[in-house]
Design a binder for this molecule. Sequence first.
Ligand code: HDE
Length: 707
Amino acid sequence: MNSSKPQDADVTPIQAVSKVAELEPNREAPAAMLTTNQGVGIVDNQNTLKAGTRGPSLLEDFIYREKITHFDHERIPERVVHARGHGAHGYFQVYESLAPYTRAHFLQDPAVRTPVFVRFSTVQGSRGSADTVRDVRGFATKFYTQEGIFDLVANNIPVFFIQDAIKFPDLVHALKPEPHNEVPQGSTAHDTFWDYISVTPESAHMIMWAMSDRAIPRSNRMMEGFGVHTFRLVNAEGVSTFVKFHWKPLLGIHGLSWDEAQTLAGRDPDFHRRDLWEAIETGNYPEWELGLQLITEEDMDKLDFDLLDSTKIIPEEIIPVKRVGKMVLNRNPDYFFGETEQVAFHIGHVVPGIDFTNDPLLQGRLFSYTDTQLLRLGGPNFHQIPINRPINPVYNNQRDGFHQHRIYTGRVAYEPNTLAGGLPKEAPPERGFVTYPDAESGPKLRDRSHTFMDHYTQARMFWLSMTQPEQDHIVEAFSFELGRVETVTVRARIVTMLQQVDATLAQRVADNLGLALEGQPGPTASTEVMPSPALSMIGTGNGTIRTRKVAILAADGVDVDGLKAMKEGLEAAGALTKIISVRLGGLVGAQGGPGLPIDATPKTMPSVMFDAVFVPCGPDSLEVLKANGDMLHFVMEAYKHCKPIAAAGYGVDLLRMTGVVQDGVPPQDGVLLAEKGGADKALAQQFVQAIGMHRFWMRADKMQIPA
Ligand code: HDE
C-alpha cells in the first residue's frame, strides 16, 4: 500500500475492498493489446523466431525467452502442511461492544464491518489432493482491521496432537506421505503416522476427534472453527481475560459418511472447493458466529486441567460460548494464486487488545509462520502482496529485500531522526500494541508441567459425549486406518492406548483387527468423566435445509405437477434441486407442455454429490429409470449413505426394485413414500423435515443395501 494515501476511518467492507483494489497498481485490467512484460507489443504469439520456416530457433527471440522463463518459474513451494486450500472474502461485524474485555477496535463498534479473507485447507495432502479425505481442516481468517491485521489461524478441531512446538516437525514427518515412496496422499492411514501416535500418548484426545465425523465435513460451510490455544483479551485499563476463540456455523455441523467421502475423492476431488464457490456465486453466503469462552485468572485456577495445554478443551457446559459477532463470506477470489495461494497467515499477527499466553505450542507457532513465508513467498516483503496488505497505512523504516514494491522517497530510513522531522514516530500507547505485562520467573529448563500429564480424561469425555452412530463411526475409522497399517505391533499399541480411553472402544477395534486385548484393566481416566453434549454433531443446525442439494430422478413421462410441487416446496425451504435423467436436454412430462430442463446425468452428478433423493410419479418415467443401472445405483448408494429418500406413486416402485422398500416391511427411517403420487404437500413437508435431520445414521445397522 502506498503510505501517502491514508485510509478513511470508517469504511464498509465493500468500500474497503474497492479501496484495496484502487491502491493496487499491479492489478491487471483487461487490455486490448498483447505486450511483453516490458510493455512492447507482441505481433506473433504463435511462432518462435526461426532462421527460415524450417530452420533452427534463434536465441535472439527475447519474446519467447521472457514468456518461457516466466512459465518455468510459475510454481512456488507449496505449504509444508495445509497445502490444499480454497478461500473467500467477506466481512465480520461484532454484535455489541466488547470494550469490557478488549480494546481491539474491530470488536467494539457494531457499525464497523471489518473485511476478512478466509482460507480453508486440509493438512496432510499436497496441493492437488482430494478435498474429502479424512483430515483436520484449517480455518484461517485474516481480519483487515483499522488497527492492522489480525489473523485467527484456526482448525476445525479444538485440540492438537502435541503439547510442545518442538515436536511439530516429527509429527508432520510422520503424517505426511512416507519419504521412501511418497505414499499415501491425503491420508493418515499408514504406518509412520500411527507409529508416532502409538508412542505419543498426549495425542489421545486429538485422534478421537480425527477419527470422528468432524474430520470428514459435509462442507466447510458446515464446520466449526477453533483457535485451539488460550489467548488473552486486554481492555483499555490493561485488565486481561483469557479467551478461547470459536466459529459457530449457522448451517449446523455436518459430516459425510466415510464411504461417501472416499467415493467423492474420485468422483469430485474439488467437492469442498466447488461447494464454497457455488454457494457464494448463488448468493447463499455462508455465515459463522464468532464465539468466545471468557475466563478470568481466578476461574482458570478452578479448572481441573491446564489452560496452557492445547490438548484440552473447556467444555461448553462449564464455560458457555458467548456469541459476539457474525462473519459472512460473500465474494469469491478473482485469482486463486494471487489471493488464496499467496495469502500469508501468522498467529503473531495480532492487534492491540489481543495477546498471547505461555502455551508452548502457541509460542512455537509464533516463530514458525513468518519463517515459512520467507521461503514460500521468496523474501521479507510478503506483506506487500495485495492479499496480505493491511487496509490502514503502513509507515516504517524497513527497506529493500527481494520483491520490494514500494518506491520510498527521501534520505531518511531510520528512527529517531531530525532530518525527516522525527517521522514516522512511535505510536502513543493508546494506539499501538502494548504487550500484557505478565510477570515471568523460573529456572531455564526443558520440561513440561505436571498439569499437562493427564492425556485420557478428555479423550474419554469425547467418546462418552458421542451418540451411538457417532461412536460406531469412530470404531469404523480406527478399524479402517489401523487396517491399512502393515505393522501389527503398531496396531496393537494403538489398541492398548484406546484401552486407556474406553474398554468397549478398544474391544470393538481389537475385534475388527483380529487382535486379543493384552489384559489392560481399562481406562486410567477417571470413571467419573462427565460427557459434554455440545461435542456431538447430531441435531445441530436447527433443522435448516438451506443449500442442501436434492436430486430429482426423472425421465420422459414424469408427473410434472408432482415434480414441480416437490421442487417448489424444497426450494421454498432453501434447498437446491437438480433434475437428473438418463440424458441431457429437456424432459417431456406426462401432461405434455414445454420440457423441463435436465441438469445432469448420474454419470456427471452421482448420488454422492447430493444430500437427498426424490423419485416422482409417472409410469413411463419409471420404465426408463428402472432399465438404467446408474439410476438404480443412485438410489441404493443414497440409501447406503443414510440420506433421506422420498418417492411418489410409480416412483415408489423404483425403490422397491432396489430393495430400499420391501413389501410388508414398514419404510426405514428417512424413507418417505406417497403411494398415490401427485402434488403431495404433506410429502414435501415431511421431506423438508427429514433433510433437516441430515442423515439417518442408525439405518446402516438395520438393513444393508449393496452399493
Ligand atoms: Fe500451523 N502451520 N503449525 N497449526 N497452521 C502452518 O504456515 C505450525 C497448528 C494452521 O491457510 C504453516 O503458512 C507449527 C495448530 C493453519 O495458509 C507453518 C505448529 C493450528 C494453517 C505452520 C502448528 C494450526 C497452518 C505452513 C505447532 C490450529 C494454514 C504454511 C507448534 C490452531 C494457514 C504456513 C493457511 C499452516 C506451523 C500447529 C493451524 C509451517 C510449528 C495448533 C490453519 O508455519
